[in-house]
Write a protein that binds this ligand. Structure first.
Ligand SMILES: *Cc1c(COP(=O)(O)O)cnc(C)c1O
Length: 372
């Protein structure tokens, strides 16, 4: 039953969805973020009406006034999450059983935290989850057929009001689009190489903990720089002392030591509070590992990697899941983590998380939400 926070969705199915053979070709080799499903969700917000005009409609271009505030002042936030197709026992391997989301309420809560920071309207969490769910159900034939595949979901909100003055807009649009996803890193890399940038990502009091497009715009030059130097990702140090490790362009970091303990940088306003990060903190503590949310410097990382005290490092996020860091470089030189390949603890934590996400292991924390 729709609660008070729910609004009806108009259903406008695509008159000509992609042909089955073309879709099958994409689903067999989805890559990341390049192909999109047949539909999208759209919901409007206006000061006078709140959230209204919810619909599922064919995926396609949208009309925007050239003065729309988002195009000038970047009032935009987004989320990234995945839907998983279960292979139910009793069905032929590879055929679809149920469909799940992983901690969608956490995405809804973070979306609203981002909205508050960017002076945008909050969305009832139940409406956010309903919107995402409706899109997955409309496009349920779009799950990749490759191992490790999922349906990546991108909810986002932007200012549509046509107005060039500088103040929070009075009209917004919320969209959800979906993209079949395989491996995030091109090579399907078993361990990634990262470049420590001289640029910074976020300063205290800024927007570092909000998931907003503006943070990514500012990270493109440092990221391109990392790619040009042959690395997979960029790492940012803190903006004040240029000393403490913060995170990658779109992933949080963990460090594993020879005594079995783990460190991850603390959330302090400049780091994006990753749901994968939070889930791994919980899983590591479940295993009895000592995990500290504690500042860790680049100098200590290099020294500990060289002495052997640091045995593994890994990046984590919804898109890339959990990926070992094999090599780290900056202007003054490079160092290798462990053997430079995938780490054992990293691999174990990745498998534990993925097993829960895919319904292959019990879900003691109630993270998995079955939607079909
Ligand atoms: C989204 C994001 C992450 C990872 O968050 P998850 O919820 O784990 O996907 C990490 N860092 C940045 C900058 C991000 O935008």
């Amino acid at each position: 039953m729709p609660g008070p926070d729910m609004i009806p969705f108009a259903q406008n199915p695509h008159p000509a969805p992609m042909a089955e053979d073309a879709r099958a070709a994409i689903l067999a080799n989805p890559g990341f973020g390049t192909a999109f499903t047949d539909h999208m969700v759209s919901i409007d917000w206006a000061e006078a009406h709140g959230w209204h005009n919810a619909q599922i409609l064919p995926y396609g271009p949208i009309a925007l006034d050239p003065a729309a505030a988002v195009l000038h002042y970047a009032q935009e936030i987004f989320e990234g999450m995945k839907a998983y197709a279960l292979e139910d026992a009793g069905t032929t391997a590879g055929t679809m059983g149920g469909i799940t989301l992983f901690r969608p309420e956490a995405n809804a809560a973070r979306f609203n935290a981002s909205a508050r920071r960017l002076a945008m309207p909050e969305m009832p969490p139940a409406l956010f989850v309903d919107a995402v769910t409706q899109l997955v159900l409309a496009d349920r034939q779009w799950f990749p057929t490759v191992p490790g595949g999922s349906l990546y979901l991108r909810p986002f909100l932007f200012a549509t009001e046509a107005f060039l003055g500088v103040r929070p807009a009075k009209a917004y649009r919320f969209l959800v689009i979906a993209s079949p996803a395989g491996n995030y890193f091109k090579s399907g890399a078993s361990a990634v190489s990262i470049w420590v940038s001289d640029y910074t990502r976020a300063a205290a009091g800024g927007t570092g903990e909000a998931k907003c497009g503006g943070n990514y715009a500012a990270s493109l030059v440092p990221t391109a720089d990392a790619f040009a130097r042959g690395h997979d990702q960029v790492l940012f140090l803190d903006a004040a002392e240029r000393k403490w490790i913060e995170e990658l362009g779109g992933m949080n970091l963990f460090f594993a030591f020879d005594d079995g303990s783990l460190i991850t940088p603390p959330l302090g306003g400049t780091i994006l509070p990753g749901i994968t990060r939070d889930s791994l903190l919980t899983l590591a503590r479940d295993e009895g590992l000592t995990v500290r949310e504690e500042r860790y410097s680049l100098d200590a990382w290099r020294a500990d990697a060289e002495s052997g005290k640091l045995v593994e490092a890994f990046a984590c996020g919804t898109a890339a899941v959990v990926t070992s860091v094999g090599k780290v470089a900056n202007a003054s030189g490079a160092f290798t983590i462990g053997s430079g390949g995938p780490g054992q603890l990293t691999e174990r934590l990745r498998q534990r998380l993925v097993a829960i996400q895919r319904g292959h292991a019990p879900d003691p924390h109630g993270w998995v939400k079955r939607i079909a």
